[in-house]
Write a protein that binds this ligand. Structure first.
Ligand code: ADP
Length: 269
């Protein structure tokens, strides 16, 4: 299915263009309409968490942002650039690979499965992409990586291999690895789901530190309500491809108004 071709007058004003914006996004898999004319925005520096039942479309939103999937209709904007199109003068034309590469460069992602390179040291895991993609010198990349390993509390593990670390420590390396590319936006997909319960707190602490010490924009999908409450400034409750309620964590968790939010929280808390 072709995407819509937005006219030049649809371009948002530059000063409001940073962060993430979904405009009327429709995503289908066959007959299954997963996102129905979805509109939402995440402002620069904002930390937004998506909650809601399994199958409601949360991960699809992250996969669209990573250009692992394509919209059927509507436009996704990342830092003022439409994902599916690029500017040519005042016109928008379909994006080429170079454009997608550039837009994706602003986005870091951490998954449920940490996917570290098992045969490389922790330091090497964090420096590979900065050296090969950003063309940093090995020394610059090492310095950046050591700073980030300190930030995630693993300054003393630089020479260890992933198999020598706990799951929680591996996930903290994966967070450092994503941050080493200095993305403006960090996408987090169920980053604590694969961890034993006693390891979750360490990862949440790190994300809380990153949230307070950097102005990175975060969009998170989680089943961990503690995470949503502690790390985000805004929570979006999702059901059947639409936002049914949104607000501060205090509002959503203490005084949810929508029946579906109430039922969902009742089931998970
Ligand atoms: P959530 O993250 O909220 O659990 P998902 O975004 O993973 O939801 O999935 C939303 C819906 O899209 C589900 O019905 C799922 O089966 C469907 N879906 C997701 N990815 C694919 C795919 N690659 N092919 C077909 N259906 C998919």
């Amino acid at each position: 299915m072709a995407t819509t071709d937005p006219a030049a007058e649809d371009l948002p004003p530059r000063e409001h263009a940073d962060g993430i914006r979904f405009d009327g996004v429709v995503k289908r898999f066959g007959d299954n309409v997963v996102l129905r004319e979805l509109d939402f925005a995440v402002a620069p520096g904002e930390r937004v968490t998506l909650i809601g039942p399994s199958g409601s479309g949360k991960t699809t939103i992250l996969r669209l942002l990573m250009t692992l999937e394509k919209v059927n209709d509507g436009v996704i904007w990342v830092n003022g650039h439409p994902l599916s199109h690029m500017r040519r003068g005042e016109r928008l034309v379909p994006a080429d690979e170079k454009h997608l590469h550039k837009v994706r460069g602003d986005i870091g992602m951490v998954f449920q499965q940490f996917n570290l390179f098992p045969n490389m040291s922790v330091l090497r895991n964090v420096t590979e992409a900065p050296v090969h993609v950003l063309k940093l010198s090995r020394d610059e990349a090492n310095e950046r990586a050591r700073g980030l390993l300190d930030l995630v509390g693993l300054g003393d593990k630089a020479d260890a291999h992933p198999a020598q670390l706990s799951g929680g420590q591996q996930q903290r390396v994966a967070i450092a690895r994503a941050l080493a590319m200095q993305p403006k936006i960090l996408l987090l997909d169920e980053v604590t789901s694969a961890l034993d319960p006693e390891l979750v707190a360490g990862v949440l602490d790190v994300l809380r530190d990153i949230a307070t010490e950097t102005d990175i924009t975060m969009l998170c999908v989680t089943h961990e309500m503690g995470f949503a409450r502690d790390v985000s400034n805004r929570v979006l409750m999702f059901d059947q491809g639409q936002i049914v309620e949104e607000g501060s964590p205090e509002k959503i968790f203490s005084e949810p108004e929508n029946q579906r939010t109430q039922d969902f929280l009742h089931a998970v808390l």
